[in-house]
Design a protein around this ligand. Structure first.
Ligand SMILES: [Zn+2]
Length: 124
């Protein structure tokens, strides 16, 4: 996958890896870094988490970087498609993240077909 993925996997202690389950895909499948310092995405579904942060207590890491109202939407998307979303911060070098670019496009297309699921949206 993307750059430095093996190092993102090393950011978690072995104990953290034992207990961590991604809130969207319900597994620990390792991580790959985004462009934001200390932030990485689940290798399986692309959900972003903060793995390293000087200001967040270690026991609160990995910290999900998705707003609560989007969790059921992303879970449904995962259950229906099993597509990688790649929703981490890739603003600096999107060309280095083809999986994220494709994942976002597919997710946006799916949302276009499910406007009623968009939190705060005008659909439905
Ligand atoms: Zn996941």
């Amino acid at each position: 996958m993307q750059k430095y993925g093996y190092r993102a996997n090393e950011a978690l202690t072995s104990e953290a890896k034992d207990v961590f389950r991604c809130e969207i895909c319900q597994e620990y499948a390792g991580f790959n870094w985004s462009d934001y310092s200390g932030e990485a995405m689940c290798n399986r579904c692309g959900t972003p988490y903060q793995l390293i942060d000087r200001e967040i207590p270690k026991e609160e890491l990995p910290k999900r970087k998705i707003k609560p109202e989007w969790i059921p939407v992303l879970k449904r998307y995962w259950e229906e498609t099993h597509e990688y979303t790649g929703l981490g911060n890739i603003s600096i070098s999107p060309g280095a993240y083809p999986e994220c670019v494709k994942g976002r496009r597919l997710f946006n297309e799916w949302l276009d077909e499910h406007p009623d699921l968009i939190p705060g949206g005008t659909g439905g």
